[in-house]
Ligand binder design. Structure first.
Ligand SMILES: O=C(O)CCC(=O)C(=O)O
Ligand SMILES: [Fe+2]
Length: 496
């Protein structure tokens, strides 16, 4: 089932197949039409060959009884058949197949808006220029993918609707730059209902309203002949004058501090790296490689801590149940889908988490799987749960364990802006941190953002170990464990 397709790359594969299906149905439809045209052409040839003489001298032609008879018979019978041939609508089953396909699986307005929002987020987070994006140049990487005029125009119009006029300008410019009449002209005009003058009207009108009169003037110099409205616009600009005033420059600033997302390369402070082998029997045989990324608060990165077989199992289990978050204003999650899966607390993965954290995994059996969609991101947040949303048994999320299930080709870092820490997804690694300090208080230093994925399908697996089940396993600040009932009471008191 294809729903909210822009929200998950994994779920979008089907759209590629859908278009493949449309193409093959249209090919069959075209072949049927061609066949009909071939038949009609043969018929025309046949009829015309018989008319050669009649055209020269019609009266002499019909004076011959064989000709006259043939003519009457043809008109009486053959042309009825010819009419039927012309009436016969061929390839209707292929048209029907496309109609049904569209009805069942066509991306909706919401899907298009999600996709547009993804591209705009990309632009905002990474401070990219529409012209670069349209040319497939994303943060210094040249890709073999680009945007057409129609794509750029859709982005420009969307920016206008969101009142991002400044953004719209650059997208209009990209739309204009990517137009090639020889290549696009007929299909755009006659199939896609595209009018080049309208594009220029929209573009230059925004230029004028935003004060870019000189730029508008320059554009209109070349295209005013296309349409009377453009001609009038140029006349207006000329009459109002002031085109010598240099164009103002708009500095487009990113929404928030995105330096963490822009950083290149891993920012571990290279504090230390060691093999963990003492926390359990298992680790003595197969020690885990741990890198300490931050001491205060403590954030560590484990390497090769989830196996390929576990990764593919988890992905496959989650695929059918990936859900989309609600489309709400100021949502934290943007263009990503998630699924919850239950994992036995004695599974190798659960036991490994126990080894990694030294914490109890018996009650926290849920894992959350995320697959990101078009430029999907999770905006700034801490993993703490609002008090009113906590359950009495579990409490807040104490420990976050975040497994990266694949390498992401570009973007998709996890950034802690307050710690100057950026972690790039590396397949098989897992990040671990605690969301509550020893007084069980949330720590704003742990604010983090999952930066928009630029290229790639990002998969993460998150485990949250909650506060209450850890009552007896959580090491206290001195490294000792709460063992006695008394100490756990003290612990509870501290929590107040
Ligand atoms: O997927 C990521 O990189 C971050 C996700 C996250 O922060 C979360 O699930 O709470
Ligand atoms: Fe988080």
């Amino acid at each position: 089932e294809i729903t909210n397709s822009a929200m998950s790359i994994a779920g979008m594969k089907e759209l590629v197949d859908l278009e493949g299906f449309f193409i093959s149905e249209m090919e069959s439809y075209t072949a049927a039409l061609k066949n009909k045209i071939d038949l009609m052409e043969s018929l025309l040839q046949e009829v015309q060959s018989k008319r050669e003489i009649s055209r020269r001298n019609p009266e002499e032609f019909v004076a011959h009884p064989l000709n006259a008879f043939s003519l009457i018979r043809r008109l009486h019978e053959d042309w009825t058949q010819a009419e039927l041939l012309m009436l016969n609508q061929v390839g209707l089953e292929h048209l029907q197949a496309i109609e049904t396909g569209l009805e069942e699986a066509q991306p909706s307005d919401n899907d298009l808006n999600d996709a547009i929002g993804g591209i705009i987020s990309l632009q905002q987070f990474y401070n990219l220029q529409p012209s670069d994006i349209a040319n497939g140049l994303l943060m210094g990487q040249q890709y073999n993918a680009s945007l057409t005029t129609l794509n750029c125009q859709a982005l420009a119009n969307a920016c206008m609707n969101f009142n991002y006029d400044k953004y719209a300008l650059n997208w209009f410019k990209a739309a204009v730059d990517h137009y090639n009449d020889d290549r696009d002209g007929q299909v755009y005009r006659e199939v896609f209902d595209f009018r080049l003058p309208d594009l220029y009207i929209n573009y230059t009108s925004v230029l004028v309203t935003k004060g870019f009169r000189k730029a508008a003037w320059k554009v209109l110099q070349d295209v005013a002949d296309l349409d009377a409205t453009l001609w009038l616009l140029r006349k207006d600009i000329y009459e109002v004058g002031k085109i010598d005033v240099p164009d103002p420059t708009f500095i487009i600033t990113p929404w928030f501090d995105v330096t963490g997302c822009l950083r290149v390369g891993q920012t571990s402070q290279h504090l230390s790296c060691h093999y963990e082998k003492n926390t359990s029997e298992f680790l003595r045989i197969a020690p885990l490689k741990v890198e300490t990324l931050s001491l205060k608060p403590h954030i560590v990165l484990y390497h090769d801590v989830i196996y390929d077989s576990e990764i593919s199992k988890v992905k496959n289990i989650s695929l059918p149940s990936l859900k989309s978050p609600l489309r709400i204003l100021y949502a934290i999650d943007y263009n990503l889908k998630f699924a919850k899966i239950r994992e036995d607390h004695q599974s190798p993965l659960s036991l490994r988490i126990k080894d990694m954290t030294g914490e109890d995994v018996q009650e926290d059996t849920d894992f959350q799987i995320d697959n990101y969609g078009i430029c999907g991101f999770r905006n700034f947040h801490t993993d703490n749960i609002e008090l009113q949303d906590q359950t009495a048994e579990l409490g807040d999320r104490l420990t976050s364990i975040m497994f990266f299930m694949n390498d992401v080709a570009q973007g998709g870092a996890l950034a802690f802006p307050n710690l100057n820490l950026t972690i790039w997804p590396q397949k098989g690694s897992a990040l671990v941190w605690r969301n509550l300090d020893h007084r069980m208080q949330p720590n704003q230093d742990l604010l983090h953002v999952s930066c928009p994925v630029v290229v790639g399908s990002k998969w993460t697996l998150v485990k949250w170990l909650h506060e209450r089940p850890q009552m007896f396993s959580r090491p206290c600040t001195t490294g000792r464990k709460f063992k006695s009932h008394d100490q756990s009471m003290k612990f509870r008191a501290l929590n107040k």
